[in-house]
Design a protein around this ligand. Sequence first.
Ligand code: ZN
Length: 369
Amino acid sequence: MARGFVTLRPVRDINLELGGLLLDMATLAGDSQRGWGYKRAAKAVLRLDEPITPLVHANTLKAVPGIGPTTDRIARELVHDGASAFVERAVADAGKAEAIAAQRGLRRNFLSMAAVTEILQQRVAPSRARYRGDFQMHSVWSDGSETLESIADACLALGHSCAGITDHSYGLPIAGGMSMAQVAEQHKAIDALNEKHQRRFRMFKGIEANIRADGTIDMEEHELRQFEFVVASPHSLLRKAFDQTDRMVGAVSQPGVAILGHPQGRRFNNRPGVTADWDRVFAVAAARQVAIEIDGSWDRQDVHYELAVRALEHGCIFALDSDAHSHPELEFSAIAIAHARLAGIPQDRIINYWSNARLLKWSRGAWDR
Ligand SMILES: [Zn+2]
């Protein structure tokens, strides 16, 4: 690890543990009133910006909206005994030990909001204040809910000086993917916007393209060349257990690809995403300077800090993005920063801290490396 950078290690994310136990209870309760109550409580715990331990000691956890007496009981067991006998008994009584163990695997290396908040309070790199802009976000041109003008204003309000718009490509019609005619229209709108903001703010023309099963990108080269940078992401085969190393190596090998978006395609408590020999993928990505994305989207957190450490060891560069589909989601970039801090990624290895000129030189270089 580079000198001068502090690598943080998570001690214990007790909010993540409690939220997880509540989701286990929700699974046991099934599609019922109780099931929904547990889900609501889990959400409240995972989004709480302070650890539950002092609240349990002060007997104030129940005051948090969405949290009832059962959650309070599970939290007490967790704080005092390190585990919840109540939940483990319920799992055993239901005969669901195997299913619950599998579900627990789908929550590994996520961070609760309390953990993110604690990590962001540390005075270590990468900086939150110097973060220049975000390189994965969606607008009304595909499945996002905000206009380009309003996105520029929201990014400026966050103190950003650039942004990469990455609406979905025509290969993903379910997400409102843009036709190439729409892309031409969008690019005119981005030019006008950059003209208006002059040097204050620069919007980059990106695209989120799909990685096919064989590792190729589902757009033609002359189409990809119309963008200032290309994010390639897996949007299919995310629940399959078979090895997809060749697919992911293919994606980072393809000329023009600048960023590997949400590399695993995992979802919190829901699906595991792609299985691959990530060391092989990262080695190729490092050689071609394809940035590995840490997608900070709340239920993605992809790649997570442990995988990021491995990518770093291979010499990769990174993109810390929100994958926002609305203004409040722009804050997800902070979750990506938290993972990068845990992984000890030096700021200079992260494209979000680079100058506009350096960014363009690098993304254009993706065609020649
Ligand atoms: Zn995506």
